[in-house]
Design a protein around this ligand. Sequence first.
Ligand code: PEP
Ligand code: MN
Length: 333
Amino acid sequence: MIAILKPGTTAQQTAHLLTWLKHMNLDVHVSEGKEFTILGLIGDTSRVDIELLSSLEIVESVRRVSEPFKQANRKFHPTDSIISCGNTKIGGGHFAMIAGPCSVESEEQIIEVATAVKASGAQILRGGAFKPRTSPYAFQGLKDEGIRLLLEAKKVTGMPIITEIMNVRSLDLFQEVDVIQVGARNMQNFDLLQELGKTNKPILLKRGLANTLQELLMSAEYIMSEGNEHIILCERGIRTYETYTRNTLDLSAIPVLHELSHLPVVIDPSHATGRASLVPSMALAATAAGADGIMVEVHNNPACALCDGGQSLTPVQFDSLCKQVQQVREVIR
Ligand code: PEP
Ligand code: MN
């Protein structure tokens, strides 16, 4: 439920109303705009008497929000959220290219890829240290050593880094990581989401393989309801009956999420398509559709990659993609 307060409402009147609402066991998210203050009532609003609330002198209007997500909802946070990721920003007109290998494999590999993608214009370096693999016999990532190597690459290039967390138990290892990724398979790991909500790290939250956009936003809500508002949403393809591509990229997720939420939306065309040859066109389409960033897998030697070589661009291919993305951005600006 949303209550809009009249212009001129004093801080004391607002505080008084907040106390009253909190007595009904509601949390209240206060968003102060230039003219209006908007209160987002969180919790069981079924006991709130809308007529009574609307009749208060300081209340302009009250609306029930049909969507169950509140803090991620654009209705009471009308402006785009801008998420700071180290020395770069995503959202509200700030666009970021995130690039790097699927997995960190060695110091030489990560430094070489990081240096190359930075030279092409990438703002954030990606690389998996903890890998959620379908087979327990597949390469599982270098784990803490992988994070150490990413931090090394961060030192050498100055790029902020993003890497995936799979388990709350490894949270301590992520202290110097700039953005924590929650992978598709963990989108509804609610314990993990709540723990991440207690940190102030930016979280890139990937849509699950078979989850609706509302479920994605409810997962964002899990993090935000614990206090962490720094969320970036990521569409990475969903499972459909099509088998030619690894997943089916839901490009409409971009305008839908932008309509429903103030959180930035990043597209991952690598996991969406599973094929390097399809990555550039989907990245360009996502840029044209208004994505706030693109996350692409890049490997210095895709044929020998320990994970996802088939969908990884070479540094040269990534360089040409960056130039094309730039051109599309200029056209849509
Ligand atoms: C990844 O980005 O490394 C990854 C495993 O992606 P997803 O969770 O989308 O499969
Ligand atoms: Mn991958």
